[in-house]
Ligand binder design. Structure first.
Ligand SMILES: *Cc1c(COP(=O)(O)O)cnc(C)c1O
Length: 400
């Protein structure tokens, strides 16, 4: 893009109803909870965050952060390979390796960077990388950074992935997918993909940003729910800013994999280490998540309650049993109208538009967390039902 006036470009986005803007969260209605936000001076129940276990506002991790900061200060001062790597990083990496049942874990500053690091370290020019079409943007960008040829297969279509794996030409270095799809809430066919990747000697990478802490008999995520071992899924990416309510991310795998990432993952090597107080907060949150399984159970119970209440109110639902519950609306206009209607009724739910989702599949993305009450969930379902009736055809016509 050559230098030119930018206002017309922004106006064009505005006309297409694709221009995005931020809302400032001025505060929280209650100390120790993020369930209700203050936005533009109004109290809104937040049904949009990824804080599934209700830990982002919890005082425990905040206290661990403050205690650590008193010892280490706020900043790490350098990258992990220079002088920024500290005892709190080690302690969290050990806890994450134990939690995920893998030899080692490596902290990254964000999930976006973890995916860039993994994909670029494992893929390279002359090779192929295969991704589910609805994979997170960071997997796509990581594939591009790797220099490998990127091929995407139809969403959750194992046969399509197998066809690409079987195509002669460049060898496939990596097959990657979200565990739980971030905008759809459905779970990838992990067992079949693991088998396909293994048969073709490709690395299988699962980004379980939205499954960890929530799914599986003990909350260890989509892999635990599918009964898959570290052998079957050699590369697990997890984020710490979602169910664990903190910030950062990690890759878990064999000792050799982690050592390779330390050598080759540029988003690991060339960046300042995550502040140790953040790692301390995460470790406290990880302990809370394990000590209080009711959080996960509650998020899933409220999810089931929301689905039943929304269905009864005539709200279209998608095929998701996770706390991510998209309401398909079919256009940016309908999604923005619905966002406005539910905000007027006191709920913060955000319209998800292209290019985050394919054009024509715009939606409201509702998320349930352990911090919600039954009454809030019921009231949201009822409000959505009214918004849908008001929108007339827009809601009903947009089956996914
Ligand atoms: C949020 C998300 C990421 C990015 O993680 P951050 O820590 O927020 O950078 C990566 N993958 C998926 C599937 C996500 O939903």
């Amino acid at each position: 893009m050559q230098r030119q006036p930018l206002e017309p470009l922004l106006a064009q986005l505005e006309r297409e109803q694709r221009r995005r803007s931020r809302r400032t969260v001025e505060g929280y209605a209650r100390a120790g909870s993020h369930a209700e936000l203050i936005i533009a001076g109004r109290r809104l129940v937040d049904f949009s965050s990824n804080d599934y276990l209700g830990l982002a506002g919890h005082p425990g991790p905040a206290a661990a952060m403050a205690q650590c900061a008193a010892r280490t200060g706020a900043g790490s001062g350098a990258s992990h390979l220079i002088s920024g790597h500290g005892a709190e990083h080690d302690a969290l990496e050990e806890a994450l390796a134990a939690y995920t049942g893998r030899e080692r874990a490596l902290l990254f500053s964000t999930g976006y960077m973890a995916n860039l690091g993994v994909m670029s370290a494992l893929g390279g020019p002359g090779e192929r990388v295969l991704l589910d079409r609805l994979s997170h943007a960071s997997l796509i960008d990581g594939a591009k950074l790797s220099g490998a040829r990127l091929r995407r297969f139809a969403h959750a279509d194992v046969a399509a992935a197998e066809r690409l794996l079987g195509t002669i030409g460049h060898p496939t270095a990596v097959l990657a997918t979200d565990g739980v799809f971030s905008m759809d809430g459905d779970v990838a066919p992990l067992a079949a993909l693991a088998q396909a990747a293994r048969a073709h000697e490709a690395w299988f990478v699962v980004d379980d940003a939205h499954g960890l802490g929530v799914l599986g008999p003990t909350g260890r995520g989509a892999l635990e729910a599918a009964g898959l071992s570290a052998e079957e899924v050699p590369v697990l990416v997890g984020t710490l800013g979602k169910a664990f309510g903190s910030f950062g991310a990690f890759v878990a795998g064999s000792a050799a994999l982690i050592d390779l990432l330390v050598q080759k993952a540029r988003p690991y090597v060339y960046t300042t280490a995550l502040p140790q107080p953040v790692a301390a907060a995460t470790r406290a949150a990880l302990e809370l998540a394990q000590r209080e399984p009711w959080r996960r159970e509650r998020a899933l119970e409220l999810t089931a309650r929301f689905r039943a209440a929304a269905a009864a109110a005539g709200v279209p639902l998608s095929d998701s049993s996770t706390p991510i519950q998209p309401i398909p609306l079919g256009s940016a206009h309908a999604a923005l109208e619905a966002q406005r209607a539910v905000a007027d009724a006191g709920f913060w739910v955000v319209a998800i538009r292209a290019p985050t989702v394919p054009a024509g599949q715009e939606r409201l993305r509702v998320t349930l967390t352990a911090a919600h009450t039954e009454a809030q969930v019921d009231a949201l379902a009822e409000t959505l039902g009214r918004a849908c009736r008001f929108a007339g055809t827009a809601c009903g016509a947009a089956s996914p």
